[in-house]
Ligand binder design. Structure first.
Ligand code: C2E
Ligand code: MG
Ligand code: MG
Ligand code: MG
Length: 277
């Protein structure tokens, strides 16, 4: 929907460059205004230990409460923002918001919980990402180990300095996870050089884990690979008890998905985390 909004406003321009210029201008203006007017919100999805069945972390997922169009999902925002080169507007917001939330919970004296945020390629590869993360941690005074950054394989393999960025982020003390693992073209040779803590198995493998022998074998192999490299492994998109049990039997460490809980607004995740009413 965001895509349509951006485009429809300037369909009368036929010059491609001009079109793109105005598309960018309007969408950028809309994003900036929406950020100012607090229309963006973080939803949180719980992540569970398959061993203890306890919540071990949360993934923050962005939502846009649009005054006209209602709830807009990330897939209708992020790819366009990336295409237009303005994804860091959102990345900066998410980083700051997640740190503020962690800081608020800390001030309330609550049991700390880890929060993972998703980075766009533009967030991750911008030369200021390390400074930005450090700045947000300083501002919020939270322990770095409670912040996790999710990047994709392709982002990690993209440029030669990706590994040095990861190393710097590791030195700060934040965690790094590879999101949607197995979906891209995973080069295992790369993987061994990544200074990361966690692999998130893409939900396309988890989907059919009970029906498709090959998916089950692939997941089994990923779990072994992860453990060999001393990485934790979490399965995404776990929708049934049977999937959770099967993953547990394969020694998968953690799980995330509708079976455990959908991404939810702050007030709901607080009820779940702190048994608040
Ligand atoms: P992701 O990081 O892989 O996040 C998981 C997505 O799978 C979320 O969709 C979540 O709602 C969905 N999901 C979780 N459990 C289940 C399940 O059991 N079944 C199914 N079918 N789906 C499940 P969402 O929130 O729509 O986000 C989609 C993608 O948009 C994310 O995929 C992530 O790549 C991106 N994204 C979301 N928030 C942000 C953000 O703040 N910044 C950036 N750069 N990207 C974001
Ligand atoms: Mg993610
Ligand atoms: Mg994912
Ligand atoms: Mg993703």
């Amino acid at each position: 929907r965001a895509k349509e909004m951006g485009k429809n406003n300037y369909v009368m321009y036929d010059s491609n460059m001009e079109h793109r210029f105005f598309e960018k201008l309007t969408f950028e203006q809309q994003l900036r205004q929406a950020i100012r007017q607090n229309e963006f919100e973080l939803y949180y999805q719980p992540q569970y230990s398959l061993c203890t069945q306890e919540i071990i972390g949360l993934e923050a997922l962005i939502r846009w409460n649009h005054p006209k169009f209602g709830l807009i999902m990330p897939n209708d925002i992020i790819p366009l923002a990336e295409e237009l080169g303005i994804a860091t507007l959102l990345g900066d917001f998410v980083l700051q918001k997640a740190c503020e939330q962690l800081s608020h919970w800390k001030e309330c004296g609550l049991q700390p919980v880890k929060v993972a945020i998703n980075l766009s390629p533009q967030d991750f590869l911008s030369h200021t990402i390390v400074e930005k993360v450090q700045h947000s941690l300083n501002q919020s005074k939270i322990e770095p180990k409670f912040l996790e950054l999710e990047i994709t394989e392709s982002m990690a393999m993209d440029v030669s300095n990706a590994i040095s960025i990861m190393k710097e982020l590791n030195q700060i003390g934040v965690q790094i996870a590879i999101d949607d693992f197995g979906k891209g073209f995973s080069s295992l040779n790369y993987l061994k050089n990544f200074p990361i803590q966690r692999l998130k198995i893409d939900r396309s493998f988890v989907n059919d884990i009970l029906a498709n022998q090959n998916d089950a074998k692939i997941i089994n192999a990923i779990i072994h690979l992860a453990h060999t490299l001393n990485l934790e492994v979490i399965a995404e998109g776990v929708e049934t008890k049977e999937q959770a049990e099967f993953l547990s039997s394969l020694k998968c460490d953690e799980a995330q998905g509708y079976f455990y809980g959908k991404p939810m607004p702050l007030s709901d995740i607080e009820k779940l985390l702190f048994k608040w009413e």
